[in-house]
Design a binder for this molecule. Structure first.
Ligand code: NDP
Length: 330
C-alpha cells in the first residue's frame, strides 16, 4: 500500500518569501513550473517526487497553464491527482496558478483572450485539478484581436465568482500591461503579478518592465530562468540523451546549445569560483535584485529542485563577478 505523504515539518525554514508587488501575497523566491515533465510521459512517480520534494523545501507556488503537458491538460490532471491523493490537508499552504490564452482546444474558442474562451478554460482547469478555486488565474498572453476591456472584465468576473483569488498577467507588452492594470484596478480586482521571460541570456525586462512592475505595484515572476536548462550543468559537455535539447523541443534546439557553449562554460567557471553550480548562480543572479519576487524554475527530477534551492545560500555578487559575467555575455 502506498505510504501516506506527510510534509517535512522543517519546510518553511528552507525557503525565503517575498511580497508579490504591493499585495499581501507572499511567494517563495523559487517556485515550481509544470510546463514540461508533468504530462503523460511521466510514470506518476517522477511528478509526485518533484512535487513532494518542492513542498518539503518550502516551495508553495505551483505554476500551471491549461495547455501544459504534453499533451495539453495533462499537467493539470497530474497535479489534480497528487492534490487529491496526497496534498488535500495542505491546500491552504499552496498557491496554485493556472493560465489561459494559448491554443488549448480546436476551433475558434480554444485560444486567446475572449470571454467565451477564458470562462470555459477556467472551468476545465478546475475540473482537471479537482479544485474549487485557483489562487492565481493568468491571462497567458495579450490578445490583440479582443478588446482589452473584454478580457479584463472576464478576469474580474472569474474572481467575483470565487474561481480565482488573484489575477495575473503574462507576457503583456508594457503599454498594454499599464492599460490592463488600469482596467482591473478600476474594477477593484486584485491584479498582483506579471510573468516575464528573464535569465542571464534573456535580459529584455531590464529595459522597462522591471521598473514598470515596481511602479504599478506588481510582483515580477520570471520564467525560464535557466533558459530551459542551458544555464545548468546539463550542457557543459554536449547534449545528453535525456534533455530538453535532445527531445526535438522547438524551445531549445541543439543549435542554440552549440552557439552558447563557450558562454555556458565560462559562466560555469564563475559559478565554480563562487562555490555554486551554474544553475544556482543563474537563479541567485536574479534573486539578488529585489524587483524579482519569484523565479519560476522547471525541473525533470527532485535532485534538480534540491540543487536549485541551494541558490538561496549565496545571493550576493561582488562587482568583479558581475563585471566578469557582463564580459562573458558580451
Ligand atoms: P527553466 O529555465 O528553469 O528550465 C527548466 C529545465 O532546466 C528543466 O526542465 C531541466 O531540463 C533543466 N534543469 C533545471 N534545473 C536543473 C539542474 N539543477 N541541473 C540540470 N538541469 C536542470 O524553466 P522552464 O523553461 O522549464 O520554465 C519554467 C516555468 O516557467 C514553466 O514550467 C512554466 O511554469 C513557466 N513558464 C511560463 C511561460 C509563460 O508564458 N508565462 C512560458 C514558459 C514557462 P531537462 O528537462 O532537460 O532535465
Amino acid at each position: 500500500m502506498e505510504k501516506t505523504y506527510k510534509a517535512d515539518c522543517g519546510r518553511y525554514d528552507r525557503m525565503e518569501y517575498a511580497r508579490c508587488g504591493n499585495s499581501g501575497l507572499l511567494l517563495p523566491r523559487i517556485s515550481l513550473g509544470f510546463w514540461h515533465n508533468f504530462g503523460e510521459s511521466d510514470d506518476g512517480d517522477a511528478g509526485r517526487n518533484m512535487v513532494f520534494s518542492a513542498f518539503d523545501r518550502g516551495i508553495t507556488y505551483f505554476d500551471l497553464a491549461n495547455n501544459y503537458g504534453p499533451p495539453p491538460g495533462s499537467a493539470e490532471i497530474c497535479l489534480g491527482r497528487i492534490l487529491h491523493d496526497h496534498l488535500k490537508p495542505y491546500r491552504d499552504e499552496l498557491i496554485i496558478a493556472t493560465k489561459a490564452g494559448h491554443a488549448m482546444w480546436p476551433g475558434p474558442y480554444g485560444d486567446w483572450g475572449s470571454r467565451k474562451s477564458l470562462m470555459a478554460s477556467i472551468d476545465q482547469s478546475l475540473r482537471r485539478m479537482r479544485l474549487d478555486y485557483v489562487d492565481i488565474f493568468y491571462s497567458h498572453r495579450y490578445d490583440p484581436q479582443t478588446p482589452l476591456e473584454e478580457t479584463m472584465t472576464t478576469l474580474a468576473d472569474i474572481v467575483r465568482k470565487g474561481k480565482a483569488l488573484y489575477v495575473g498577467l503574462s507576457k503583456y507588452p508594457a503599454d498594454k500591461l499599464k492599460e490592463a492594470v488600469e482596467w482591473l484596478r478600476k474594477m477593484q480586482v486584485p491584479v498582483v503579478v506579471h510573468q516575464v521571460r528573464y535569465s542571464l541570456f534573456v535580459r529584455d525586462p531590464e529595459t522597462e518592465l522591471l521598473e514598470l512592475h515596481r511602479s504599478l505595484g506588481l510582483g515580477t515572476v520570471s520564467f525560464s530562468p535557466l533558459a530551459g536548462g542551458l544555464l545548468s550543468g546539463k550542457y557543459l559537455s554536449g547534449i545528453p540523451a535525456r534533455s530538453r535539447a535532445a527531445s526535438d523541443s522547438p524551445f531549445l534546439t541543439p543549435e542554440t546549445v552549440r552557439n552558447k557553449q563557450g558562454q555556458i562554460n565560462a559562466l560555469h567557471e564563475v559559478a565554480f569560483s563562487r562555490g555554486q553550480t551554474l544553475s544556482q548562480m543563474a537563479i541567485a543572479w536574479q534573486l539578488r535584485d529585489d524587483r524579482v519576487c519569484s523565479v519560476l524554475c522547471g525541473a525533470s527530477s527532485a535532485d534538480q529542485i534540491q540543487e536549485n534551492i541551494g541558490a538561496l545560500s549565496n545571493m550576493r555578487f561582488t562587482s568583479s563577478e558581475l563585471n566578469r559575467i557582463s564580459e562573458i555575455l558580451g
